[in-house]
Ligand binder design. Structure first.
Ligand code: IMP
Length: 179
């Protein structure tokens, strides 16, 4: 598994530091509120687990599963909601937790959906941002690390459902997906 990685882009230690920093900021910004933290499955899992440990205010959690990738390394642009929220969100302050934003298509559509369900506010925290990959205008409110337009795996991010368990974020060798 580690042999398929060309280079490490964000180390385990850097990820820890980023989660602490984002958690601290969210604690400050959401003082006096009880936000609903919505993780976008599956990639959010390690990030969300680490992040919420550092948000020091009452909060609740939910998950959604949406995809615009379907196993390829280029976005198809087609959004599918596979798992939806289990509670009404009217009047709630929502923090969406995402692993990476590339084209922006997924998160733009999810944010619009949650606002149409009358959430009070919807902000996005992403571990990674690839601004050079945007196909629609989308600026997340909270960004962990901005990275170049490369295909990365690890810490929740997959290629064909593999590599999510790597403790760091790495660039996959092109030979792996050119096979
Ligand atoms: P967007 O709609 O293009 O912004 O895509 C967001 C989703 O695409 C993420 O939640 C990931 O599942 C997937 N994705 C985008 N870039 C990468 C990458 O470099 N590696 C793995 N998955 C990615």
């Amino acid at each position: 598994m580690h042999n398929d990685i060309e280079k490490i882009l964000v180390s385990e230690q850097e990820i820890q530091n980023v989660c602490k920093k984002l958690g601290k900021q969210l604690t400050k910004d959401y003082q006096g509120k009880t936000p609903l933290v919505v993780g976008i499955l599956i990639g959010c899992v390690p990030f969300m687990a680490e992040l919420i440990k550092h948000i020091d205010i009452p909060l609740t959690t939910e998950f959604m599963r949406a995809s615009s990738y379907h196993g390829a390394t280029q976005s198809s642009g087609q959004l599918t909601i596979k798992v939806d929220l289990t509670c009404p969100i009217e009047g709630k302050d929502i923090i969406i937790v995402e692993d990476i934003i590339d084209t922006g298509l997924t998160l733009k559509a999810i944010k619009e959906l949650l606002l149409s369900r009358k959430a009070k506010s919807v902000n996005v925290v992403t571990l990674l941002d690839k601004p050079d990959g945007r196909k629609v205008e989308f600026i997340p409110e909270y960004i962990g690390v901005t990275i170049p337009k490369e295909f990365v795996v690890g810490f929740g991010l997959d290629y064909n459902e593999l590599y999510r368990n790597l403790p760091y974020i790495g660039v996959l060798k092109p030979s792996v997906y050119e096979k």
